[in-house]
Design a protein around this ligand. Sequence first.
Ligand SMILES: O=C(O)CCC(=O)C(=O)O
Length: 279
Amino acid sequence: MAKSTRLAMIQFNVSKDKNDNLQRMAAQIRKVVKESNPRIVALPECWQMPFHPRYAAEYSEPVPDGPTCQLLSSLAKELNIYIAGGSIAERDGTKCYNTATVFAPSGKMIGKYRKIHLYMVDIKGDITFNESEGFSTGSEFCFVDIDGKKVGIGICNDIRYDEFVRVFRNEGCDLIIFPFALVISQGKANFETVLRCRALDNQMFVCGVSGARDENSVYVQWGHSMLVSPWGQIVKEAGEREETVVVDVDWSLVEQARSQVLLFKQRRTDLYETINKTK
Ligand SMILES: O=C(O)CCC(=O)C(=O)O
């Protein structure tokens, strides 16, 4: 098993033109593979459509038979890489889901995840957003094997739920990848904090891949894609604009953190039974 795995995060400038998004994304994936030889390339949330529920039906397509997944599958095979394909609007019958996928170097889709916690907020003077106006909720977790490492997939708002990420730790994941599409105010207030918290809580790598900032977009994003270590430290971080960040995931840090800070050995699960009750 490799001691480290090279990961590329593509912080992408999403346009309204789906074909343009697909072509530019393919070019960026090819470019980073040529220049830096990553094993995993990770993409943001809803990168082939402007992130808003009113666009869900228009941009949606079947998974994995639609053009976006077919493109990612053929790129994974051509370039011999894993692609954590961010998320797209998936059409299934009359419903749409915010769906993340993972493709193996064989081109096979090895993971599919429908966002469980849709983004629904009404923050006075800031943002009102109801993702459920365009998307339905999923109800299954997604774990994939990448070169012998168990990797989890979530999407954006899912990270706010500590119980959600705990499931991946309990299932033996060393890394969880979240595609993101965060507005600036919420990104500024919470993004780094919540990624570092979840990494520390669970002593695992947490990767957040955001869209790039574009003031002319219908949904102006925060950027700052990052990888956080099992010690809660930022390993590498992007700026605001379009850029690709490449980083080596040093797996030894997982065991190091877990063996030196005995969080999971000392947990008193016999005392925490209220954790699963909603008030
Ligand atoms: O949690 C947040 O602040 C933003 C969430 C979000 O934008 C999303 O779930 O897509």
